[in-house]
Write a protein that binds this ligand. Structure first.
Ligand code: NAD
Length: 264
């Protein structure tokens, strides 16, 4: 199976390092012939992202803070100038003050609520508006979400509320953009140790709990996420839109603690 993404070009947003979910997706897309641009947030990250982009044959990097609409406009203008059109986009971005990703949700501040919604939810809408203009022949947009949108996960707090918003935004965007043959989907990934995840209180406990209680009795990897990302971004998923696709070793179907799960 090679060449699924041959002739397709797209933007990967949210690559921070080689543990990022975006990296798992970018590698799979590269294996299948995709051409990719990468956006990163600020100079410090550029030093990490550039060598990774080079590994997958890209020298196309753009500095873009998704909270800044002018930066988003510049990013898509640069893409249009170089490529004219794109076929796919990955939005692997989320942010919240880590002081509010521990303790109680009820203590969420207004400032951090708005910041979290802006960077983790609205940015996907802002990106979709701009990407759709560069997809005259249709395309595929993908974002990343988590089970904390559906059920209460200790410490996930305001990020869970944001992910619920992101999942619903995915469905509304799918409905709006479907007539232009633009598909919009989300992967709900199981917990994976990344930079962003390290900000969540007691994350190691969440990892253990998932490992012991998921049907596959393991945690997922960025390679698992990459495979599903490739499917949703390629023509293999040509009839799929508005979908929240779980890549979580089956954890979301389980209703109670496994009998053989050790106490943790
Ligand atoms: P990561 O730290 O590797 O990636 C997060 C990215 O968001 C970074 O590249 C960071 O620069 C970017 N970002 C944050 N604020 C930004 C801003 N204002 N402008 C532009 N970029 C910004 O971590 P990750 O776990 O790979 O996260 C990617 C996505 O996957 C996030 O949406 C996260 O919520 C989601 N997710 C992660 C897990 C997990 O367990 N790691 C599980 C499910 C979903």
């Amino acid at each position: 199976m090679t060449g699924l993404m041959q002739g397709k070009r797209g933007l990967i947003m949210g690559l921070a390092n080689d543990r990022s979910l975006a990296w798992g997706i970018a590698q799979r897309l590269h294996e299948q012939g995709a051409e990719m641009a990468f956006s990163y947030q600020g100079e410090a990250l550029e030093r990490r992202v550039r060598p990774l982009a080079e590994q997958v044959g890209s020298d196309f990097l753009v500095d873009c803070d998704v909270g800044d609409m002018a930066a988003l406009d510049r990013t898509f203008a640069q893409i249009e100038e170089r490529w004219g059109t794109i076929d796919f986009l990955v939005h692997a971005i989320g942010f919240s003050d880590k002081n509010e990703l521990r303790g109680r949700f009820v203590d969420t501040s207004l400032d951090n609520f708005l910041l979290t919604m802006n960077i983790s939810v609205y940015s996907f809408v802002a990106v979709a508006q701009r990407a759709a203009r560069l997809m005259p022949n249709g395309g595929s947009l993908l974002t990343l979400t988590y089970y904390g949108a559906e059920k209460v996960i200790p410490h996930y707090n305001v990020m869970g509320v944001a992910k619920a918003g992101l999942e619903t935004a995915t469905k509304y965007l799918a409905a709006d953009l479907g007539r232009d043959n633009i598909r919009v989907n989300a992967i709900s990934a199981g917990p994976i140790k990344t930079l962003a995840a390290s900000g969540i209180g007691d994350f190691r406990y969440i990892l253990k709990w998932n490992e012991y209680n998921s049907p596959l009795k393991r945690n997922v990897t960025i390679e698992d996420v990459g495979g599903a990302g490739l499917y949703l971004l390629s023509d293999l998923a040509s009839g799929v839109t508005g979908e929240i696709h779980h890549v979580d070793a089956g954890y979301n179907v389980v209703g109670m603690k496994a009998e053989d799960a050790p106490d943790i």
